[in-house]
Design a protein around this ligand. Structure first.
Ligand SMILES: Nc1ncnc2c1ncn2[C@@H]1O[C@H](COP(=O)(O)OP(=O)(O)O)[C@@H](O)[C@H]1O
Ligand SMILES: [Mg+2]
Length: 429
């Protein structure tokens, strides 16, 4: 792997969400206020926490790190509700089967408790006691041992399972997990395993999404000892998750905005520190070049990291060793990227389309009802232009036929490259 040759134990520009671990916590930059807002909602009521923001802005990461920090804080101080971050986030598909989904959540929750238990260092003596009752109940629960065995059995049997004969085993398993959760988390203020349902916007139509969520309301969202956080695109809570049946069950969304530009350098420094395995490590990308990409991508973290990784791969296609990096690599790569993006859409960017695109870039994210500032009287009149720009990959809109005010159209990373091309070379255009 190129990064290994350069003195890193792993790719510093991976685009997966930050995990709920010490490593993830160290990589998180900024976000103090969002962390506090999410935690406060969890602490103060058993309602479902909702988090909204553009794709790639850092929603899943911030929830993961919040849950991890809450968990380690309670381990350290013995104070407060016990929150245990679930091992991985969940996603709903349009054809989700509520029972199957519930079973998969309970298996994951049980597995999470077992793994966390194993990671907490055993104290001297046989029983573990702290001054935190939820933590004590968790550390000393006899279920940990018995579950390790039975989960394996259920885990293996799960995929090949037929309907006959498995009903009893399934319900026996479910009941045992529910009992265990009730023991560790007997009241709504004892905490719980923090589970995320991610990317709610992937649900293609409002109706399917509402149905799926509503079906889970009684069977899953009310389970004691599991605390829910729903994440999705801007406006998704209003557009998808609010329905009479869920009304009163959801917190108002915590909005995750673009991370301020002033944090860009720190993100880079943190990653270098966390991923290098030798003092002599060296990347072809400098801190100021990272910040330049950050500016071009308007702070969308997933796009920024992905572009950095692209550049590093581009370099590794050309040279093997770190002492062969050349100073003008970055400029050459960037020019190539921007030109490729621009020339692939050039024929589509007729004057009217260009105007719409430039206005879109000013807004970064907008909705069809903003049509007037684009010079159109109705959303319908603007629609064809938006479709064209979408077809060439400069804009992306989330589907929501029911709410035209929802800000759901955003500029893509290709769009930002074209924008940068126009900024750099506008005179010659
Ligand atoms: N505050 C942050 N500091 C550093 N890196 C971050 C931060 N937030 C997100 N990231 C990184 O940005 C990328 C996108 O984050 P993610 O949480 O998956 O976004 P979202 O869930 O909003 O789509 C991930 O690779 C993640 O590691
Ligand atoms: Mg996410």
């Amino acid at each position: 792997m190129a990064y290994r040759n350069w003195g890193f134990w792993d790719n510093p520009f991976g685009t997966d969400p930050l995990p709920p671990t010490e490593h993830g916590s160290k990589l998180l930059v900024g976000r103090d206020e969002v962390l506090r807002n999410i935690k406060r909602r969890l602490d103060n009521s058993s309602k479902i926490v909702t988090v909204e923001g553009l794709n790639g802005v850092g929603k899943t990461s911030v929830v993961n790190v919040m849950a991890y920090r809450a968990f380690s804080e309670t381990l350290r101080t013995g104070i407060g509700p016990l929150y245990v971050p679930c091992r991985k986030p969940f996603q709903l598909s349009v054809d989700v089967d509520a029972d199957e989904f519930r079973l998969s959540v309970l298996r994951e929750v049980a597995q999470t408790l077992i793994e966390c238990h194993a990671e907490i260092p055993p104290p001297p003596g046989r029983t573990r006691t702290t001054n935190n009752t939820a933590l004590d109940r968790f550390l000393n629960s006899p279920q940990v041992k018995s579950f390790s065995g039975s989960l394996l059995q259920f885990g293996l049997g799960y995929s090949s399972e037929t309907n006959t004969g498995s009903g009893f085993e399934k319900s026996g398993f479910e009941k045992a997990v529910l009992d265990w959760l009730e023991q560790i988390f007997p009241t709504s203020t004892s905490g719980g395993v923090v589970c995320i349902i991610d990317n709610l916007e992937l649900l293609q139509t409002c109706q399917n999404a509402r149905d799926a969520l509503e079906r889970l309301r009684d069977s899953l969202f009310s389970v004691r000892g599991v605390r829910w956080v729903l994440c999705g695109a801007l406006g998704i809570v209003h557009g998808v998750a609010s329905s009479p049946r869920l009304d009163g069950k959801l917190h108002k969304p915590v909005v995750v905005e673009d991370l301020d530009e002033k944090f860009a350098g720190e993100i880079f420094d943190n990653r270098i520190r966390a991923f290098r395995d030798s003092r002599s490590s060296k990347l072809p990308l400098s801190r100021s070049q990272f910040i330049e990409i950050y500016d071009i991508m308007r702070g969308n973290l997933r796009s920024v990291l992905s572009e950095c990784d692209d550049f590093c791969m581009w370099v590794s296609d050309r040279v093997e060793e770190r002492d062969e990096f050349e100073d003008d690599f970055f400029e050459a790569w960037l020019a190539e990227e921007l030109e490729t993006a621009f020339y692939s859409v050039r024929s589509e960017l007729r004057p009217r389309a260009l105007e719409v695109f430039e206005t879109a870039c000013q807004f970064e994210v907008f909705s069809p009802s903003d049509c007037e500032v684009f010079g159109y009287e109705t959303p319908n009149a603007m629609r064809q232009q938006i479709r064209n720009l979408e077809a060439v990959g400069l804009l992306k809109s989330a589907v929501d036929e029911s709410d035209k005010r929802r800000k759901s159209i955003q500029v893509t990373s290709k769009g930002w490259k074209v924008r940068a091309y126009l900024d750099f070379f506008e005179d010659s255009f």
